[in-house]
Design a protein around this ligand. Structure first.
Ligand SMILES: [Mn+2]
Length: 424
């Protein structure tokens, strides 16, 4: 369900006076306002195809009215998000949850909605109905070569689907590992995984990348074969220049210093992509920025500093994606909040006075260093984020417009109140 331009214009007209006042204050007090607005307008965040329905937990799942019933409706939802915030212009597909049956139709739809295809995601953590061999004891690490071969072939099939859609990268997240001491020979599991990844790597088109995503625990609770950034980086280094590490914010042990991890990976040229979410305990997959927005800002501060150092384009230098999904909120409102949190953290990081921070660091002036970072974090740059939406044709207050137009109610009327989006 797409909106008419008229509806967005009307909403913006109603809010423009109040917005202008706040924007004028920003412009008067923040020297780089125009550059920040410009950079924000270019910044796009990939929306995962699995985040458009209500998520569940292992205890249960509560359907949300109007969930998309197929891949076309998922694209429609992302198109709607993009209309509202002008920053959700990419979709990250999960195979086999969202196998496109009609590629020309899907690419046409994407063009209509102004969407690109971001990284495609393979899945060897579940058995599929048509599948011959089980992944119960792992996939790329499996002791049985035939299982490994099946998982390799699946990844190659996913690359082919991605290629037909114009995607340029494959994200591999493995559930492989072990639940009990003694279950697995760690060295052998690593070696098998490396050999399997090498075959997948060989199938990558020349302009593609493979992202190796790590996770500390779950679903395996004793060991994970790609359990941390060190293991991911080992694989990525051994595979070659097209391989890089993907950082998912929820995939660390508690209190890990993620900003330091991304800083080092970026400096090594091995940070490929990002999965945004937030968490209190583990892989909670909560709305980005809902628990710890300061950490998100500190991560962005390292990202921007590192990208500037490497001459990387902020908008295209890394694959920015959301990976969140939970049980409570309207999934579209949740995604609007997540994208907003990412853009706020990005804008705040752009605000950091890097030269002064360097001086403070070189003088061991810890107090001043903290002042510089917290000044940027505590500056309200939301009017700049809103202005970047306005100049791009989006809505000044996306969630307000979404609610004023009763979009969820309309989607529920059209799609029904008790479906389950594919994959969840
Ligand atoms: Mn992830």
């Amino acid at each position: 369900m797409l909106l008419t331009k008229n509806k967005i214009d009307q909403h913006n007209t109603e809010l423009i006076a109040a917005h202008s006042k706040k924007l004028d204050y920003c412009r008067a007090t923040i020297e780089q306002s125009n550059q920040i607005i410009e950079k924000l307008s270019l910044f796009q965040i990939g929306i995962p195809s699995w985040a458009l329905g209500a998520g569940g937990t292992r205890f249960g799942r509560f359907s949300y009215g109007g969930e998309p019933r197929n891949i076309e409706e998922k694209m429609e939802d992302i198109g709607l998000l993009h209309q509202l915030n002008k920053s959700s212009g990419a979709v990250s597909l999960h195979i086999p949850w969202d196998i496109p049956n009609d590629i020309p139709k899907l690419t046409k739809l994407a063009a209509e909605y102004g969407l690109q295809f971001d990284a495609v995601n393979s899945n060897t953590f579940q058995n599929q109905p048509s599948q011959e061999l089980s992944y119960k004891f792992g996939s790329l690490q499996h002791v049985n070569k035939a299982v490994r071969q099946q998982a390799i072939q699946h990844n190659i099939d996913v690359i082919k689907i991605g290629e037909s859609l114009g995607s340029k990268s494959l994200t591999v997240w493995l559930a492989d590992g072990s639940c009990f001491p003694g279950q697995l020979n760690f060295r052998k599991a690593f070696q098998n995984t490396l050999e399997s990844l090498t075959e997948i790597y060989a199938a990558l088109p020349h302009d593609w990348k493979i992202f190796i995503e790590y996770k500390a625990f779950e679903p395996n609770f004793y060991s994970m074969t790609v359990g941390d950034w060190g293991q991911s980086l080992l694989y990525a280094n051994k595979l070659g220049p097209k391989a890089a590490t993907l950082v998912d914010l929820g995939h660390h042990l508690p209190n890990a210093n993620i900003e330091q991890i991304v800083s080092i990976l970026l400096n090594e040229g091995k940070l490929g992509g990002f999965h945004f979410n937030d968490s209190k305990y583990g892989d909670d997959d909560l709305t980005v920025g809902c628990i710890n927005p300061y950490q998100l800002f500190l991560i962005f501060n390292e990202l921007i500093d590192g990208m500037n150092e490497k001459g990387l384009d902020h908008a295209t230098g890394l694959a920015w994606m959301i990976d969140a999904s939970h049980n409570i909120k309207d999934p579209l409102e949740d995604l609007l909040q997540s994208v907003e949190a990412i853009k706020i953290a990005y804008a705040q990081a752009l605000l950091v006075n890097t030269a002064s921070l360097r001086d403070a660091q070189n003088n061991n002036d810890t107090v001043l260093a903290q002042e510089i970072l917290q000044h940027a974090f505590r500056t309200d740059i939301r009017p700049l984020v809103a202005e970047s939406r306005l100049v791009s044709g989006g809505a000044l207050e996306p969630i307000k417009l979404y609610r004023d137009l009763a979009i969820r109610e309309s989607l529920t009327d059209i799609r029904g109140s008790n479906n389950t989006a594919t994959g969840l």
